[in-house]
Structure formats: C-alpha cells, structure tokens
Design a protein. Sequence first.
Length: 160
Amino acid sequence: MGLTAKLKIPQIDVSSYRTATHDCLSETITKAAIAWIDNAEGIIPVWSGASRATFLDLANKVGYQLMIDPVAASRIELGYENSTADFTADKQTSTYSFKYSTSLAHLIINEYNDATQWGFHLKRPGPYHFQQAGRNALRRITVSMPALRPFIKTKSVRIG
C-alpha cells in the first residue's frame, strides 16, 4: 500500500525582503537626518550665515534645501568649511546612519554658553542647545518595517 502526500513548504524570498527593508531604512534615515537638520538649524539665528552653513554638507547629502539669508556680510563659506557630515544607507553592510560635526568656534561656544557674559553683543545669545533639539526630533521618528507576509511563498512537494 502506497501513501502519497502533498506538502506546502513556506519559503521566504530573502532577496526581495532585503531590498524592501533597505528601501524602508534608507527612506527613514533620510527623513531622520532632515528632521534633525530642520530642528537643529531652526534654533540658530542667522547673522552672517556661518553657523547655519555648518549644516550644508549634511543637507546636500540628504537632498534638504537649506535656506540661509545673511543679514551681515556672508560667511557661509566659513561655516561650510568648518563642518563635516557623513550619510550612509548601505544595503551590503546594513548600515544606516548620519553624522554631523563642526569646528566653528563661535557656534560651539553658543551651543553651551551665553556669550554675552564675555562682552559679545548678541540679539539671541546662547546656549542654543541645537543638538538636543535635533535629538528630540529623532525621538519622534518611527520605523515601520515591511511586512514579511508578502515575501513568503509556498512550494508544493509531493511525497510518495
């Protein structure tokens, strides 16, 4: 007496799911960087544009249009030259991140201090705490990973 059976074995389309996950995480890290820039730079007043220009490198990497309209002689180039940024959305290494740093002295001072205590005449003195504002924006970012169900297929196998 012979017994035959037909089994349905689930298989995950890992390649397609990985692509969907990469697309999702790339979009999310881009939105996160934009939210961080938008919240951080919005706190910093514009005089010569140097301080806000420190965000230009990161803004360019994520396609964010950063508007800087200096009131005084433009020092946008100074701010740009005194900052660095990295943006990574790498499917191969599953790395999704962004980094910003600046060496612009007066921005660093105003981030943590009220510079008027040293005789500077500022309309909006620090401390700015723009980094904290950026972190607060990141806390509001959520990630919704792709559902796995659409990537599960069944394969029929006959036994016997």
